[in-house]
Design a binder for this molecule. Structure first.
Ligand SMILES: NC(=O)c1ccc[n+]([C@@H]2O[C@H](COP(=O)([O-])OP(=O)(O)OC[C@H]3O[C@@H](n4cnc5c(N)ncnc54)[C@H](OP(=O)(O)O)[C@@H]3O)[C@@H](O)[C@H]2O)c1
Length: 313
């Protein structure tokens, strides 16, 4: 079969041939229709992800949508090594298959995988968002952030603030449910800007794929008892966090890792996401590329694509 084959850790994969998977006990072969290109995939293939380096040779790609031999359309995000999702076929444990709602195309369904589950579960499972609460989404122009803005509204948030560097791209967030926006520009008093954008609603939940200065500023602007959900570090890997900031707001700082969410939570979240996408309530920007263009997909994701790249084997 054709696949994105990784021959050396730290060197981008190449489009080539790889042995077709043979299912063992409890395993299913999935014919891949659409595979997500995530930061996670680049980090894993580069050997910088905290789970350690992948086997060599192996197929890159952690998630995607496809069909089993019986025609069931599924989302998967735990291919059995050395198989991955950037291939015509992959191998998955039959307990790890999530059903996709009807009415949503394969590429959109794949784009709602790692990205959508992260946004939805960060709000529903980790932050325990309650209807009527207020949410600040940092990095709201990114793949995770743009779904988080829409998911927060879907989950009943009364007020959603979208914050990011690019004012043009923040307009998209405004058109997709954000009630207020904050431009993360140098020299801005961000805690004041966040408080002003929150108004009387305050800020109950921070969705944080950035860390760095915007995260610290957000923590300084929240309502008492707020939850800060730490997802990624696109802005900076460290911050200088005064203890008083945590105590002043009785702040909960919670880590989020999408594959640590319980299976039933993930099933429910993915069903909700794909049903809402089918209804047009949740939209994702998708760029489709044929599998043969894996080198281009890799480079676009490395540079920050601002849309979910999807390989279509
Ligand atoms: N924990 C998990 O389970 C999990 C799951 C998925 C993703 N993640 C992580 O979440 C993060 C975001 O992922 P993504 O797929 O949404 O990425 P993305 O589509 O590339 O978006 C990145 C976002 O970060 C912003 N950004 C980048 N550098 C910045 C900086 N120096 N200062 C301020 N903003 C900056 C971008 O804003 P501009 O528009 O201004 O460039 C954009 O809004 C990544 O670190 C990823 O690894 C974690």
């Amino acid at each position: 079969m054709k696949a994105a084959v990784l021959d050396h850790v730290g060197v981008p994969p190449h489009f080539g041939d790889f042995a077709e998977p043979e299912p063992g006990e409890g395993q299913v072969v999935v014919n891949v229709a659409a595979a997500g290109v995530n930061h996670l995939d680049l980090a894993k293939a580069s050997g910088s992800f905290y789970t350690g380096p992948p086997p060599i040779p192996s197929v890159v790609g952690s998630d995607g949508v496809g069909r089993t031999a019986h025609g069931r359309r599924v989302y998967f995000d735990a291919p059995v090594a050395p198989y991955g999702s950037w291939a015509q076929q992959t191998l998955v444990s039959d307990t790890d298959l999530l059903d996709v709602a009807a009415g949503v195309d394969d590429a959109t369904a794949a784009a709602l995988g790692n990205t959508g589950l992260t946004a939805w579960l960060a709000l529903s499972w980790r932050a325990r968002l309650q209807p009527g609460e207020s949410v600040l989404v940092l990095g709201a122009t990114g793949a995770v952030g743009s779904v988080a803005v829409q998911a927060a509204k879907s989950l009943g948030a009364a007020h959603v603030i979208a914050a990011a560097r690019n004012p043009d791209r923040l307009r998209w967030a405004r058109q997709h449910g954000a009630d207020a926006t904050v431009v993360l520009s140098p020299g801005t008093d961000l805690p004041s800007a966040f408080r002003q954008a929150a108004g009387d609603h305050g800020i109950d939940v921070i969705i944080d794929p950035l860390w760095g200065e915007p995260a610290l500023a957000a923590m300084q602007a929240v309502a008492p008892g707020a939850r800060h959900i730490q997802i990624g570090a696109s802005s900076a890997p460290t911050i200088d966090l005064p203890a008083a900031v945590i105590r002043a707001a009785d702040l909960e700082i919670l880590s989020f890792v999408v594959f640590r969410a319980p299976l039933q939570e993930r099933r429910d979240a993915y069903r909700n996401l794909t049903e809402r996408a089918a209804l047009g309530e949740i939209a994702v920007d998708v760029i489709r590329l044929p599998l043969a263009e894996v080198a281009s997909a890799w480079e676009q994701e490395r540079r920050g694509a601002h849309a979910r790249l999807i390989l279509t084997p």
